[in-house]
Each structure stands twice: as structure tokens, then as C-alpha cells.
Design a protein around this ligand. Sequence first.
Ligand code: ZN
Length: 193
Amino acid sequence: MNTEKALQVRSESKCELCGATEGLAVYEVPPSSNGGADQCVLLCATCCSQIENPENIDVHHWRCLNESMWSQVPAVQVMAWRMLKRLSSEGWAQDLLDTLYLDEETQAWAQAAGDRESKEETVRHLDSNGTLLATGDTVTLIKDLDVKGANFTAKRGTVVRGISLVADNPGQIEARVNGQRIVILTQFVKKAS
Ligand SMILES: [Zn+2]
């Protein structure tokens, strides 16, 4: 029996995270799935795209984990745990995470990619157009910004060179403007091309 068939039987042809019945595909659990059914889950297109694009996450979709986290299938437990971890700033997700018990082996598997994913998620700084920002980039302000505590307004159109990223906050960058180091919200800048 091939993997897809095996997963359809196991899941009764439902997304193993949210229960949807449309657009199902085999998802190999990172980081090192061998492609066998025990290291894959059957997911719908919605779950799959949100797992792969953390910036598009629809928090409410993942309320489904409330049920699927109790699956007996380790691969499903791993994906549920990772998504809850990613959503752990939401109180309900943290509550579920607190009650989700994984055996030692499954826990290690869940964490094998979890750290990397959560790091990627927290360090993705996107400008007002959704363009990825990096340390050293030049950006332009898209609106006048009153700089708190510095008593000046950084004007719209100001070119800001050599930004640095605020590590724990994807919504903030730091840069020198008017000779002062200030924090700027990424939603108010545009990466210079
Ligand atoms: Zn789904």
C-alpha cells in the first residue's frame, strides 16, 4: 500500500489536523521524513499553506488542534504540537500546549524542527509591502513619524540607511535618523530598491 493510500485509510480521508475533506495531500513531516506513512500526515491545502507560510497564519483556523492534538498518531501529534508552539502567544494555544503530553521520542521529534521554525518566524521582518528586510538594508519612511522622546518628526520620504532588525519583534527595526538611534515600525517603511 503506498503512503497516500495508507494515510487515507488512517485518516478516513480527512485532513488530520482540521478534518477538512477537500484538497488533501501528503505532507512529509520535517525535518527528515522518510516518506513512509508513519512520518507523513494527510493535510488539506489550507493547513498546508499556513504551515509553510507562517506570515499568512489564520489563528482561528487552528482551533481545530483542540481535537486533532489527541490523535494517537505520533506524526499528527508532532504537527499539532509545532503549530500550538507557533501560536503560543494566544492564550488558548498555550493552554492546549500545557495539556498536550507527548512521549519522550515524539517530543524530541516535535522539537527537531520546532526551534528552527519558531526562530524563522520571529525574525521575519517585512516592510509595508511584505518585502523581507535584512540588516543593513536601506528603507524609506512612508509616513511622518513623531519620534517619542527625541522631539522631532521623521518626515515621510526620509531615506534610512543601515537598518538593524529588532531580534524579538518582527514589527520593529532600529536605525539612525537625525543622528539618533530610534525604533521604527516595519509597517511604516518601504525597502529601497
Ligand atoms: Zn486542514
